[in-house]
Ligand binder design. Sequence first.
Ligand code: JHZ
Ligand code: ZN
Length: 416
Amino acid sequence: MVKSFVKDLKKCRVCGSSKVVKFLDFGSMPIPNGYLNSKELVGLERKFELACFFCEECYLVQLTKVVNPNFMFRNYVYVSAMANVMMNNFSNLSHQIYKSQKLNSRSLVVDIGSNDGSLLAFFKNFGVKVLGIDPAKNLAKIANMRGINTESVLFNLKNAKKIAKKYGQADVICGCNVIAHIDDLHQVMKGVDSLLKKNGVFITEFPYLLDLINKSEFDTIYHEHLSYFSLKPWLRLVNEYDFEIEELQRLLIHGGSLRIIHKRKTNKLRKNSKTLQYLISLENDAGLYSRDVLSGFANQVDKIKQDLMSLLISLKKKKKKVVGYGAAAKGNMLTNFFGIDTKLLSYIVDSTPFKQGLFTPGSHIPIVGEMKFRDDKVDYALILAWNFADEIIAKEKLYRKSGGKFIIPIPKLKLV
Ligand code: JHZ
Ligand code: ZN
């Protein structure tokens, strides 16, 4: 039983300041991965306020309404292994760390938010010991079945201590696309601090606020993502626990992410990042430290809405068959915020077996497998998982050969 569905944060989750001000409001939205079965379509569907706040003290962009993680993540249908781009990214990360850290069969790699064990499977292939941590019981089960030892718990100091006692301290701790989902960032850092060896590395990847703003990626703002990091607030957080950034890499994944490699200040092998100050200056130029500049983001969102909605409405008038492609969480944000339902999109294609047969939250659009799409005569497919547009377009060559067109909504409306 979920005790309370939403908690209201009054202070910044990094610096504790109460100078936290709203700059963007999306109204009430369903949870982004809250897919429904046909019976649930008629029942009560919970919606929660979705608005972005800016901390005037440390510049963290964040949500202050925190939907209970037990409600949001218990039965999680998002599976990392569904996109090759993700797998290539994980393969690249494991290679980089295996080599730079000179890992061996005695080394332990822990992954926070390990999902189906996809990242750890790469480390395991190198012969290192691995441990996944993920509160989603359904995914931990899949990971354990494929031989990736996974503890199904939330990551916090208490559980980190238990894990350190049971498995020993880790040489490497990864947290990819998970830190932004955790409300109590100080618990994460305390947990990392207690579980990581003296000379260990802590690696994180998250969607980068600079890309979100520059490329109008408003639909990556949803209840699961509680923080939208730029480097100043991130650095402030990790410095508090005596970690420093050794290396920063900008990744194309998820519309633009950062990979950050941290070591303890006391680690004698630590080097200083060469790009940190450069990126901070780019963030400053882009207005990420100014509420007024961030407030202008609403206009970018409006422009995307107008362009996309007028296209979809004109296609409907012309009686074209239009569907969605990729039932991503971000797609649920976009369809709900723009008011797109089955009148405009007949269905959404998705390769994730867990999602097929279900309906999207709020917009109630049915999700079908790729075979249905390939059998149908579709005129236009709106790529809701626009971050994987290249992979999807390459996969669906025949659709385009037979006259089908793809619509890419972000960063700017494009037809291919
Ligand atoms: P995708 C996820 O968000 C979830 P989402 C999470 N909240 C997070 O933080 C971000 O990532 C970063 C499908 N697909 O990854 C698979 C096809 O059907 O963009 C997925 O359902 N065919 C943890 O959900 C969806 O698209 C394909 O060929 O917004 C993509 O979802 C490909 C490539 C994907 O993330
Ligand atoms: Zn702050």
